[in-house]
Design a protein around this ligand. Structure first.
Ligand code: ZN
Length: 576
C-alpha cells in the first residue's frame, strides 16, 4: 500500500490506492469512481453508503488536486419488480406494470415527475445536494435507448458462449452458497437494504432451447421483459424473440435496435470497462462467491478487455428507533428522513468515521442526542488542536468538501437542550427564544436563526420521532396532594431551591443549584465529592422535582426543564 503524509484514515488509504491505480490504467485522465442506485421505490437510507463511500474517496482525491468524476449510475432501465408497500399515491393497480423498465412505469398519483424512476430519483438528488455530494448522473435508460452501448451489446452477443462458460463456473458455487445462507438468520432491515441495492437477484440470462443470450429485449407490444430470445444470427445481428406475457413475437436487427438491456451480471462489468471505473464499492449481497462483483471481475477481463475496479465490500447500515414508526407507515427511512432530524455534517460524519466494512446504525431514537454530544465534543477538540489525527480527518470530511464548508449552525447549542426546549414549548418561537437566551445570560441569543438549522432538526425529531407518551407536559396546576404529603426535609429542599432560583438563573447556575441542594441538606460543602449516599439523595430530589413539574419520574435535564418552565411557574408548582 502506498504511503503518504495524509494517510490518517481509511479514506486517505483508499485515495492513495485509487490514484495510483488510475495513473497505471489511464495516465493523465480524470479518476473515475462509481455508485449504482436503483430508483425502484423510495431509496433506503441504508443505500446511502453506496454513494458516501466513493464520495468520500473522490472528495479526498479532489482535495489533493486531482480531477475526479463520481458517476452515479441510475439503474432506471431495470425491470419493475414489485409494488412497494406504503408509498403514497400507489395502489395494487401498479402491479400491471411489473416487468416494464422503471422509466416506463407511471409515477405515484400526484407526482410532478414523468415516471416512477424520476419520482424516486428526485428525492435522492435533493438529499445528495444537501449532503454536498458532487456527482455525474448517468441514466441507464438514456444510455440503452440511445444506443450508447451498441458495440458492447453486439460484442457480448458475439461472445455469449464465453460468457455462459464463465457464468457456469459460478452457478454451482452460487447454489451451494445460497443453501448455506438459508441457514443463517437474516435481519429484516438487511434484507430490505439488499433489495434496494440494485439488481443482485436478477437472473444472469441463462437461456431457453435456443441457447444462452446475455441480452433481454423489452417486448415491443407490452413493454415487459418476459421475453425469450428464440434465435440470433451473428452475421446479420437479426434477433427473434417472443413474449410470454402477451404472445407478441418479432425479429429485429440488434445493430439498430435499442429496446433491451444486457443482463445484470454482464451489464455491470460492461459499464466498468465503458466508463473506466477505478473504484466502486458494493454491498455484501454483491460480494459472495458467484456474486455479480466476483463474476463481473472475470467477465470484464476476459470479455470486455477491461479491469475490475477496486471494490471494497461495505457492511449494512441499520436504523435504530424508526422501525416502529416506519412500519406503521409501511415505508422505509430515506436520507431525506434522516436530514429532517440531523444536519448534513453529522450524517456525513457517521459514514466518514467508520470503515466501509464496519456496520453501524443511524439513530432516530434517543441515541441521536448522545451522538450530537459526541460530535460537539469532537468539534471543540478539533478547535483546540487536541483531536487524534483519524478523528480530526473524519471531522474534516464531515464538515466540508473540496468545494467548501457545508452550511453550519452559527450557535450550535447542545442538541439535547434544543430538543428539550422544543419538547416543552411545542415549537412556540417567542418562548423558545426566551429560554435559549437564558441558557447563557452573559451571551444571549439575539434571534432563533442563530440556533438554526440545528434547532429545526431537534424540533422535527421531537415532533416526528418521539412518541406522544414520551413527550413532556408541564403541569398547569400544582400537585396539591403530593405537596401536602411531603415531610419537613423535602419541604426544606424545595425551599432552598426556590430561594436560589434568581441567583442561579442560567444553565450552569441551575446545574450547580439542583446538585447543590441535596449537599446542603446533608451538611456538605457545595464542592463536596459525591458519595453513594449523596447520589441517592440527589436522585430522589430530582424525582420529586420531576413529579411536581411534569407528573413523571424522569424528563429533560432539570436545569433545561427549569429554564423552560420559567421562574414564576416553577415557584407556583413547587411552593409547598
Ligand atoms: Zn409482451
Amino acid at each position: 500500500m502506498a504511503q503518504s503524509s495524509t494517510e490518517t484514515d481509511w479514506v486517505s488509504r483508499f485515495a492513495d490506492d485509487v490514484i495510483a491505480e488510475s495513473e497505471r490504467r489511464a495516465p493523465g485522465k480524470p479518476v473515475v469512481v462509481a455508485s449504482g442506485l436503483s430508483p425502484s421505490g423510495p431509496i433506503h437510507l441504508g443505500n446511502l453508503r453506496e454513494v458516501m463511500t466513493p464520495h468520500l474517496v473522490a472528495d479526498e482525491i479532489r482535495r489533493r488536486g486531482h480531477e475526479v468524476r463520481h458517476v452515479i449510475s441510475w439503474d432506471d432501465y431495470d425491470r419493475y419488480r414489485k409494488v412497494p408497500a406504503g408509498v403514497e399515491g400507489v395502489d395494487d393497480s401498479w402491479g400491471e406494470h411489473i416487468g416494464k423498465p422503471l422509466t416506463s412505469v407511471p409515477a405515484p398519483a400526484g407526482s410532478p415527475h414523468p415516471n416512477w424512476a424520476e419520482h424516486f430519483k428526485a428525492a435522492m438528488v435533493e438529499s445528495l445536494a444537501e449532503l454536498g455530494v458532487e456527482f455525474d448522473p448517468i441514466s441507464q435508460t438514456e444510455q440503452y435507448t440511445s444506443g450508447a452501448y451498441r458495440e458492447q451489446i453486439l460484442h457480448a452477443m458475439k461472445h455469449r458462449a464465453r460468457i455462459d462458460g464463465i457464468l457456469d463456473q459460478y452457478r454451482t458455487k452460487a447454489k451451494v452458497q445460497a443453501k448455506k445462507q438459508q441457514q443463517k438468520p437474516v435481519d429484516e432491515a438487511e434484507l430490505e437494504a439488499a433489495e434496494g441495492s440494485g439488481a443482485a437477484s436478477e437472473d444472469d440470462g441463462s437461456g431457453g432451447s435456443a441457447g444462452y443470450f446475455p441480452y433481454k429485449p423489452y417486448c415491443g407490444n407490452c413493454e415487459k421483459d418476459l421475453t425469450t430470445v428464440t434465435e440470433y444470427i451473428d452475421a446479420t445481428t437479426e434477433l427473434t424473440y417472443s413474449c410470454t406475457a402477451c404472445g407478441f413475437s418479432e425479429t429485429v436487427r440488434l445493430s439498430e435496435f435499442n429496446r433491451g438491456k444486457l443482463v445484470w451480471k454482464v451489464d455491470w462489468p460492461m459499464r466498468w470497462a465503458y466508463e473506466g471505473v477505478i473504484f466502486e464499492p458494493s454491498g455484501v449481497d454483491h460480494s459472495s462467491p458467484g456474486s455479480s462483483f466476483v463474476v463481473g471481475g472475470q467477465i470484464v477481463r476476459e470479455v470486455f478487455d477491461g479491469a475490475q475496479p477496486i471494490g471494497p465490500m461495505y457492511a449494512f447500515v441499520g436504523i435504530s428507533g424508526m422501525a416502529k414508526m416506519s412500519s406503521s407507515r409501511g415505508g422505509v427511512p430515506t436520507p431525506a428522513d434522516a436530514l429532517k432530524i440531523m444536519e448534513a455534517p453529522l450524517l456525513r460524519w457517521l459514514y466518514a468515521r467508520r470503515k466501509p466494512n464496519q456496520s453501524f446504525k443511524i439513530a432516530f431514537d434517543q441515541e441521536i442526542q448522545r451522538l450530537y454530544d459526541e460530535w460537539d465534543k469532537l468539534e471543540s477538540k478539533v478547535a483546540e488542536g487536541a483531536a487524534l489525527p483519524a478523528d480530526a480527518a473524519a471531522y474534516s470530511r464531515a464538515a466540508r468538501t473540496a468545494a467548501g464548508e457545508l452550511s453550519r449552525t452559527p450557535r450550535p447549542l447542545p442538541y439535547r437542550t434544543l430538543a428539550s426546549v422544543a419538547d416543552i414549548t411545542a415549537g412556540h418561537d417567542e418562548q423558545t427564544l426566551r429560554i435559549l437566551s437564558e441558557l447563557d445570560p452573559a451571551n444571549p441569543l439575539t434571534s432563533l436563526d442563530e440556533a438554526r438549522p440545528r434547532l429545526d432538526r431537534a424540533e422535527n425529531w421531537i415532533t416526528t420521532q418521539v412518541p406522544a407518551d414520551a413527550r413532556t407536559v408541564v403541569r398547569s396546576e400544582p400537585d396539591a396532594e403530593l405537596l401536602g404529603s411531603l415531610d419537613d426535609e423535602a419541604r426544606e429542599s424545595l425551599r432552598l431551591l426556590l430561594e436560589g432560583l434568581d441567583s442561579h438563573w442560567s444553565l450552569d447556575g441551575l446545574t450547580t443549584l439542583v446538585y447543590g441542594v441535596p449537599k446542603v441538606m446533608a451538611g456538605l460543602e457545595p464542592d463536596a465529592k459525591p458519595t453513594p449516599e449523596l447520589k441517592a439523595a440527589q436522585r430522589s430530589f430530582f424525582a420529586l422535582l420531576y413529579r411536581l413539574l411534569v407528573s413523571r419520574e424522569t424528563g429533560p435535564r432539570l436545569p433545561t426543564l427549569l429554564l423552560a418552565v420559567g421562574a414564576d411557574r416553577v415557584r407556583k408548582l413547587l411552593a409547598a
